[in-house]
Design a protein around this ligand. Structure first.
Ligand SMILES: [Zn+2]
Length: 495
């Protein structure tokens, strides 16, 4: 059968005369748009590529789902950074009755993958990682599609990760060219002027790009920093009376495990750690239990949280200071997605920043070492492959396949290092300031009009707001048990 013919049948242009609001109600059952959604959708319907910066909880996925149903001009390809994020989006779409949706990632078995690729033009929404999309054999299938919209979800990753451990993000512009420059939507919750510049540079060509930018301010989050030499002790007191779900972020997996065990032995509810060393099954299970309030507090690394769909997270604690204000805002923004009063707390001890400088220096050295290969022949380079780290192999591949080559690599090397140092300093400023922390965040993201609010931060009002007003159901009272024992007990009781 002629697949191109099916393609034409499935994706012929259908334009409804309905107003956007009426269509929203009919198709998505919402009575109004969140701020920024309508503007983004209107741009796309007019055929204008768009960068949309919408705060967490503003319904970013509607921005690409809506045009697909309203004006069916082709398939929607969504480049997504994490498997868990893709799987979440796919299951949400399926729950809403959409069958023609697929995620192409390592969870897909070889045989299923072959099947999916052979009928790729049957799917309305296709989720894929930048690494998969940059593989020539996979890309060749995408070249046959009629792509109506090319979406880059969590677009700040282009800037944050592209230069370090996920260079495939830097190949997106080249990929778009091979896909005949599809209409593009870049979505993120935060973007500083530098990150925006990076997104424009790495993703958009000469085409005119519209920008939709909502305030980064989250009115329902109270910001606090506590300087303490005994973080564990402070944490235990803070958590003792909490009857609501929360996340504690750590910069190390070992610390997340250690503190989780320590808290479990002292608190009357279940605390669990979550990080990249756990199996995929364990991570999915823990995420499910957290979403359903079976686990009340998660001790997590940054591997957790992107795209997580849980409205009632009431607090986000940073046990270690994050390495940038941008990451801090992304992570603390996972609190209070339902709009109710929530809290962000950073536990700070002078010297905390050293770990970030150390890690950053390590990556910089690794990158510097690669310069040794610059004037070597391709054959010579091959002989050094076995001595290279995985990251170095990825960077080398990126250098050899990108137009900017070694010059581009060298230029960004120093620039990025300086930028990362500035990011750490800015985060320290946030911890040490005696001025309004909310205002500081907004200034950092270049926002000018700032309105004062009553419940703001510890520098404006000294009393923590009550975040306990909607406690989750008590599921167990298992004092003095480890998380494993508490989990076993929970399953045994069939709760
Ligand atoms: Zn304030």
């Amino acid at each position: 059968m002629n697949l191109n013919f099916i393609n034409f049948i499935c994706w012929k242009k259908v334009t409804t005369n309905m107003t956007l609001e009426a269509f929203l109600e009919k198709t998505f059952h919402f009575t109004r748009f969140h701020e920024g959604q309508k503007e983004t959708i209107e741009n796309l319907l007019r055929g204008k590529s768009t960068l949309s910066i919408l705060p967490t909880g503003a319904g970013k996925s509607l921005c690409y789902q809506f045009p697909s149903y309203y004006q069916q001009t082709g398939q929607t390809v969504i480049v997504s950074p994490l498997i868990s994020l893709m799987e979440d989006q796919v299951s949400l779409l399926r729950k809403n009755g959409e069958k023609s949706v697929v995620a192409i990632n390592s969870l897909l078995e070889k045989r299923s993958k072959k099947y999916v690729m052979s009928r790729l033009n049957h799917y309305r929404f296709i989720f894929i990682s930048p690494e998969s999309l940059s593989q020539p054999e996979i890309l060749s299938y995408f070249k046959e599609l009629q792509i109506g919209l090319f979406v880059v979800d969590e677009a700040h990753c282009i800037s944050q990760w592209g230069h370090d451990f996920r260079p495939s993000y830097l190949a997106l512009k080249e990929i778009k060219a091979q896909l005949s420059h599809p209409l593009t939507l870049a979505l993120t919750a935060t973007a500083t002027p530098e990150v925006k510049e990076d997104i424009y540079h790495q993703l958009f060509d000469v085409e005119e790009v519209a920008e939709v930018c909502q305030s980064v301010n989250r009115e329902n989050i109270y910001y606090e920093v506590v300087e303490t030499e005994d973080k564990l002790d402070y944490l235990e007191t803070f958590l003792q009376d909490k009857k609501v779900p929360g996340i504690i972020y750590f910069s190390s997996k070992k610390e997340a495990d250690r503190v989780s065990d320590w808290l479990n032995a002292r608190l009357p509810y279940l605390v669990q750690s979550y990080h990249a060393d756990m199996s995929n099954d364990d991570r999915i299970r823990i995420q499910e239990q957290f979403i359903h309030d079976d686990i009340r507090v998660l001790c997590a690394t940054s591997a957790f949280g992107m795209g997580i769909n849980k409205g009632n997270i009431r607090f986000v604690v940073h046990y270690h200071v994050p390495n940038s204000l941008e990451n801090f805002v992304q992570e603390s923004g996972r609190a209070g997605r339902d709009g109710k009063q929530s809290l962000s707390l950073v536990l700070y001890q002078p010297g905390d920043e050293q770990i970030h400088f150390f890690l950053q220096e390590q990556t910089y050295q690794e990158k510097q070492d690669l310069l040794f290969l610059e004037n070597k022949s391709a054959v010579d380079r091959q002989t050094f492959l076995s001595a290279m780290t995985d990251s170095q192999k990825k960077w080398l591949n990126q250098i050899e396949t990108s137009q900017e080559g070694w010059n581009g690599y060298k230029q960004t090397l120093t620039k990025k290092k300086r930028q990362q140092e500035l990011n750490i300093f800015k985060m320290m400023d946030y911890c040490q300031t005696s001025a309004c922390r909310r205002e500081m965040i907004q200034h950092y993201f270049n926002e000018q009009s700032i309105k004062k609010q009553t419940i703001c931060c510890d520098n404006c009002c000294h009393e923590q707001p009550d975040i306990n007003s909607e406690p989750v159901e008590e599921k167990q009272q298992n004092n003095q048990l480890t998380s494993q024992e508490k989990l076993e007990k929970m399953f045994f009781l069939g709760i």
